[in-house]
Design a protein around this ligand. Structure first.
Ligand code: C2E
Ligand code: MG
Ligand code: MG
Ligand code: MG
Length: 289
């Protein structure tokens, strides 16, 4: 900005902790959590190569009275900065597990994934919050996957490790989200009770074009498999990308190619239309009789 005028124009009120707008949002978010203005959309993780869906990821939205449906980028960071994140996480866990117990009557193999913010991952209270949500909803630990970003491991790897051990010890599955964006050392990675690695969509999107991205994805798949982890590719948008990922051996894929995140009813319709839950996919026989 060259002049004071353009400075004013470029001013970013998200960085101003005391802007009236931000203060209003904080107050509104607090009541939104209590007044059921939050919504969950769900996006399937599609098993490869058979297409069988065993997990859907819950992604939170805020049905704001004036601003419409807000994406998590607009309010999750705010919740993290203001201490509302625990209430938000509790709401998401309870809502997702409650929905899951309904779905599991028809799809007993289905699990739900919930995103846990960096800050909550470093809270020693998180496991108790998770166990309370399981008790309140009657959900089994093995039906829950928690997605953690690499950032949570960088801030305080030891503490995050303790939280993860506690959760994993109870049977909750753990997934490392947006993998490749951060700098988790192989030492840290191999010492954690993880079940899954999700390759960041930045690499997935460029896997056909950038030779480096292809190399990164290939080595993350190999790394994950060597550590006995399921490898999931996020942000898959085309059949060509999916084909290459399959060649590389990913265990599951997620992205707009299959389905965007959808409200609960719509995702069930999508699941019913995609693969029948109890019938294996019929492959043509090699030697027809
Ligand atoms: P994430 O967990 O990595 O979720 C993936 C994001 O990519 C989602 O955005 C999803 O809608 C989007 N996405 C899925 N497929 C595609 C695709 O093919 N192409 C593209 N370009 N994007 C795709 P969303 O829903 O806006 O969520 C953004 C982030 O917000 C999430 O990233 C997650 O870190 C965070 N988040 C979402 N829900 C929660 C929550 O309940 N709690 C916390 N703490 N964080 C959440
Ligand atoms: Mg996620
Ligand atoms: Mg992700
Ligand atoms: Mg992300």
């Amino acid at each position: 900005a060259k002049t004071s005028h353009s400075k004013l124009v470029c001013y970013d009120d998200e960085q101003n902790n005391y802007s009236p707008d931000r203060l209003a949002m904080i107050g509104q978010l607090r009541s939104a959590i209590d007044n059921d203005e939050l919504r969950l959309h769900y996006q399937p993780k599609v098993g490869q190569p058979d297409g069988h869906v065993t997990c859907v990821e819950a992604l939170v939205r805020w049905q704001h009275p004036d601003r419409g449906l807000l994406s998590p980028d607009k309010f999750v960071p705010l919740a993290e900065q203001t201490g509302l994140i625990d209430d938000l996480t509790r709401w998401v866990l309870t809502a997702a597990l409650r929905q899951l117990t309904v779905w599991r009557r028809a799809r007993p193999d289905l699990s739900v994934a919930v995103n846990i913010s960096e800050r909550s991952m470093n809270h020693l209270d998180l496991p108790q919050m998770v166990f309370d949500a399981m008790n309140d909803t009657g959900a089994e630990a093995s039906a829950l996957v928690l997605e953690i970003t690499e950032g949570a491991l960088v801030t305080d790897p030891e503490r995050a490790g303790v939280v993860m051990q506690h959760l994993a010890g109870a049977g909750v599955r753990l997934s490392l989200d947006d993998f490749g964006e951060g700098f988790t050392s192989l030492h840290t990675l191999s010492g954690l009770p993880l079940n899954e690695l999700k390759i960041d969509r930045i690499f997935v999107n460029d896997v056909l074009n950038g030779p480096n991205d292809a190399a990164i994805v290939r080595s993350v798949v190999e790394l994950g498999h060597n550590l006995n982890l399921q490898v999931v590719a996020e942000g898959v948008e085309t059949a060509e990308i999916l084909a290459l990922l399959n060649q590389m051996g990913v265990n599951a894929a997620q992205g707009y190619y299959f389905s965007p995140p959808l409200p609960a009813e719509e995702i069930m319709d999508w699941l019913a239309a995609s693969t029948p839950p109890n019938e294996p996919l019929q492959l043509p026989p090699d030697n027809p009789e």
